[in-house]
Design a protein around this ligand. Sequence first.
Ligand SMILES: *Cc1c(COP(=O)(O)O)cnc(C)c1O
Length: 363
Amino acid sequence: MEADRIYNFNPGPATLPLPVLKEAQAEFLNFRGSGESILEISHRAKEYAAMQDEAKADIKTLMGLGDDYEVLFMTGGASTQFALLPLNFATKEKKGAYVLSGSFAEKAFKEADHLGVGVVAASSKDGGYKHIPQQDELQIPKDAAYVHLCYNNTIYGTEYHYIPETNGVPLFADMSSDMLSRPLDFKSFDFIYAGVQKNLGPAGVTLVVAKKSFLEKSPEALPTMFKYETFLKKDSLYNTPPAFNIYMVGKVAHWILTEGGLPEMAKRNKKKADLLYGVIDASDGFYRGHAEPASRSFMNVTFRLPSEELEKKFVGEALAEGLGGVKGHRSVGGMRASIYNAMTYEGVEKLANFMQKFQKANA
Ligand SMILES: *Cc1c(COP(=O)(O)O)cnc(C)c1O
């Protein structure tokens, strides 16, 4: 840890691997011997093309996906995908079926609903989104265009620990806040997307990994930039891409690979999450976790304290100890520690120790 940096528990933009930041710093003025910065170079340059190809290949290697899947780099964040999915894939006859598990899942549904092409497949809103709807709660119309999930609910701190059986209906997932955090059978998904600023890079690029068959043909009537077909056929270079952001995502993907890939990330992330949930569970109710234990997220640990006054004090004293960004989202209140891939065990250990110390002093 650098002496002048804090442990950053922000939900997104979020902490990035220190080796990646240092590498980017070292290469900042001269990208791959081009004599130009990545911020200045043409997206048609051969150095740029090689970088983008490597980033795509590393992402597919990590996910264990072959030629039937394609990686796209888009813009507008996950929020734009919320609108593009129903525009590209749903109709009034074949609707998108949405599992509502939190705020972002709701926002995704809202876009489809607004177009009259969305239907709710399940919801855990009653009770405050404390759990992930389980298989037996899902009501998926047989003729749905897709089932849409939000795989990790960044705000509520819940995460899927199973892949739903959809009986042939294509499976779409917003993985903005847990993309590349653990191995999954990614082949079970037809369309995955992520705003990268949670676990994979700086805000400004949206990662899409989808079956090519879903990207090849988009509705004629859509504007060019709203068609996945455009991004597939032009290798995400129809318009000027956010080059620096893609470069950073490539670096993070490569870092994950060299650290041991998704199995290693999963091991580390579970160890970090177990430590914090352990402190919560052993606190005699001083800390109250928001998520039901079976739906707990490995990425965002949400919890309340006995009073809002103590919560305020917690945030302030944590920051004084170099632990930043622990304030929860206003819709849940309390605390949220986001412990993405780049958060070190050392940082989480510091937070766990602080939590125990704070409880002793204030219980
Ligand atoms: C942050 C987040 C979003 C919104 O992403 P933007 O890139 O800001 O549009 C959507 N879904 C999830 C799960 C998120 O965590």
